[in-house]
Design a protein around this ligand. Structure first.
Ligand code: ZN
Ligand code: ZN
Length: 120
């Protein structure tokens, strides 16, 4: 089988010849900046959620279950990584930490809890 022909790197003004899209040097540079973009995106996401959460808690400061003061914004319907469910304000409810924990345990079906070794 013939090797792919050598051609110039896709990076503008780079004259290195390569069988890939980019020369070795620009290939590593590219994957590195991809990684950095991703973590920056995650940071922005967290900052945005922290603000949204604070705002929601200031509007609805009371746990929807027990009426104690809420510290957690819960997703009524589990978002499972779904962006529109995650950011949908109608899908948010204020909860105290213990009610939220109870809900999380319920949603795990108790199944995972059985499999986990008991805490000593
Ligand atoms: Zn290059
Ligand atoms: Zn509660």
């Amino acid at each position: 089988m013939a090797l792919k022909p050598l051609r110039p790197c896709n990076k503008p003004y780079c004259n290195e010849l390569t069988r890939d899209r980019y020369c070795e040097h620009h290939m590593t540079e590219l994957t590195r900046s991809d990684r950095e973009r991703e973590t920056a995106g995650k940071r922005g996401y967290n900052r945005r959620w922290r603000k949204a959460r604070e705002y929601h808690l200031s509007m609805f400061p009371v746990c929807v279950v027990c009426g104690r003061s809420a510290t957690v914004v819960d997703h009524i319907k589990a978002h499972k990584g779904n962006h529109s469910l995650f950011w949908e304000p109608n899908n948010w409810q204020s909860m105290c930490a213990s009610c939220h924990q109870a809900k999380t345990n319920r949603e795990d079906g108790g199944y995972g809890n059985i499999l986990k070794p008991p805490r000593s």
